[in-house]
Design a protein around this ligand. Structure first.
Ligand code: 5CA
Length: 448
């Protein structure tokens, strides 16, 4: 993409309304624009990040055996009356009346919709287990939407729902999502820690939140420090095999959110120098709630002996749009964002220091087409802005590698490579610079 033809409305000044760095940087780099309180438009740069995050989530859900569907944003209130949650959900639910005077709502989550799909189409235990997920916009009329996309009113969520014949089957489904989540967040360059959590309005008795440590996090969390560097299950993990050892390794050390924290247990089980008490961002939340929805909504299958069995369920959420902010909280410096390669809006920023100069244009265009031919996502700054402005913008938007071409370098046949994360710069012959950038990007596309 040529910057001269792109839509990248960067802001030079930090918007006053943004309290935390990710919100400031998302606005400044032209990723999102607020449309109403807690409601955002995703501009081209932001949409590229959101799409890459969603794709990683999708790949890991598929790997774990979940099946993608797409449910509506608008839901019928009658379904929620069946589960008994319509009144209970309170003011966070956006309620809407259609022209026939029927009650609708903008879905804050989809347990009811998916339970109805299951109930109406699955008849036999032979069809189990099943896990259906979708990546869809949700609406929660939060009292205090804040921190940009971190606590929005409209936000993109991946929500998966598992159906099993037995509680033991449901526990295995929970374990598959647990492992999928460890991989999902690690692939985005994040260190997530599963922590025992409260179940809130979703309900149930087993639940983990996946937390990223960050000073600006909304939750207070407590854990053993070893969990920060815990081992991430490999891509060839057998999801049909026994995942208990992985779960055991991650849950045998203390980790709890504020609601579940027990200071006495923490102090008794974790040596003083290993105790972490910190702020965290919840990027995922998984629940096992048995028959909480399947019982009142009549989601039953015929068992092996002909008897009808109410299915065991769990639900598994990932904050897809929140992750864009969370990744920035975890990866930035004074100059701006530092995108990990797998979620970077473009992998390389190519800077032409003297657009309009025939030799420099020719050299830069040559690199541009070669990067594209190699399958690299490249943003080519071919504008006539001054060099200082170009460098500041590239640092701000955080592309992992910069390839800089100027008239002096062109004369000696060299280009400069800058790694955004380390700030290291090196001049190299054009071909070597191209190869270096391509190799660096390709080697970091898959982190685990
Ligand atoms: N039905 C369950 C799991 S599918 C559920 O709704 N879980 S949840 O309430 O915990 O939400 C799942 C994830 O969505 C959270 O972990 C969080 O990352 C994200 N999320 C929740 N509320 C918001 C919000 N207001 N803004 C942005 N992301 C949010």
């Amino acid at each position: 993409m040529r910057l001269s033809r792109y839509f990248l409305p960067v802001l030079r000044d930090t918007p006053k309304e943004a309290e935390i760095v990710s919100h400031q940087l998302m606005l400044r780099s032209g990723m999102v624009k607020q449309s109403a309180a807690g409601i955002y438009s995703w501009l081209p740069l932001g949409l590229r990040v959101l799409t890459k995050i969603a794709e990683i989530v999708r790949q890991e859900q598929n790997r774990a055996g979940a099946i993608e569907i797409l449910m509506p944003t608008m839901q019928s209130a009658d379904l929620w009356r069946e589960s008994g949650r319509y009144e209970a959900y309170g003011k966070e639910m956006l309620r809407i009346v259609d022209r026939q005077e029927r009650d609708l709502l903008f879905g804050p989550t989809a347990e009811e919709v998916v339970t109805a799909i299951f109930r109406d189409s699955v008849r036999s235990y032979r069809d189990l287990p099943k896990n259906l997920y979708n990546i869809q916009w949700k609406f929660r009329d939060e009292i205090r939407p804040r921190f940009g996309v971190m606590r929005g009113r409209e936000f993109l969520m991946k929500d998966a729902y598992s159906f099993d014949l037995t509680a033991d089957g449901a526990r295995k489904a929970y374990q598959r999502m647990f492992v999928a989540y460890l991989r999902t967040f690690a692939r985005m360059g994040l260190k997530s820690i599963p922590m025992k959590a409260d179940t809130g309005p979703i309900g149930g008795d087993l639940s983990h939140e996946f937390i990223i440590l960050a000073e600006t996090g909304e939750s207070q969390v407590f854990c053993h420090k070893d969990l920060i560097e815990g081992a991430i299950p490999a891509a060839d993990t057998d999801f049909d095999g026994d995942l208990s050892p992985i779960i055991e390794a991650w849950t045998s050390k203390y980790a709890a959110t504020e609601d579940m924290h027990d200071a006495a247990t923490f102090e008794a089980n974790v040596p003083a120098d290993s105790r972490v008490s910190a702020r965290g961002i919840e990027v995922g939340h998984i629940f096992y709630f048995g028959t909480k929805y399947s019982e009142p909504m009549g989601a039953r299958v015929q068992g092996p002996d002909g008897q009808m069995i109410t299915v065991q369920m769990g639900s598994y959420g990932v904050g897809v749009s929140r992750l864009a902010g969370a990744i920035i909280e975890a990866s930035h410096d004074a100059g701006g964002i530092i995108w990990p390669v797998p979620v970077a809006p473009f992998e390389v920023g190519l800077i032409n220091l003297k657009a309009g100069d025939a030799d420099t244009d020719r050299a830069a265009t040559d690199l541009y087409v070669k990067l594209q031919a190699a399958g690299i996502d490249v943003l080519y700054d071919d504008t006539d802005e001054r060099a200082g402005g170009k460098f500041a913008t590239m640092d701000l938007i955080g592309l992992p590698y910069q390839l800089i071409v100027g008239p002096k370098g062109v004369k000696s046949g060299e280009a400069e490579v800058k790694a955004r994360r380390t700030g290291a710069r090196a001049s190299m012959p054009m071909d070597a610079a191209l190869a270096h950038v391509i190799d660096s990007v390709v080697s970091q596309r898959v982190l685990v």
